[in-house]
Design a binder for this molecule. Sequence first.
Ligand code: FES
Length: 103
Amino acid sequence: MARRIPLISVDDLAEGCCMEVAAEGRIFAVCRVNGQFHVFDGICPHAGGPLGKGTLQGCIVTCPWHGWQFDVTTGRHQLSDTICQTVYEAAVEDGRVVITIDQ
Ligand code: FES
């Protein structure tokens, strides 16, 4: 069953930035690229680093712990086709970034 979860206000995140958001017992990374919001699993699969606290260049976020890089639009690791973060459908509703999760 799909559920809608509001994460942040649009004004909470500037263009070209990312942030970590805790909701529903999970950690999400939220990035704003070219006016679009992208939301994905915020826990780095390498060693648990906080991807939402990483640095963002274009659509690539770099984990602050050891430098793994992911495309925020697809969740794909930049060096390995077998590593991919879960990406959540994100929309803006009434000035808030809302995701849909299956649960
Ligand atoms: S925890 Fe992210 S690169 Fe190591």
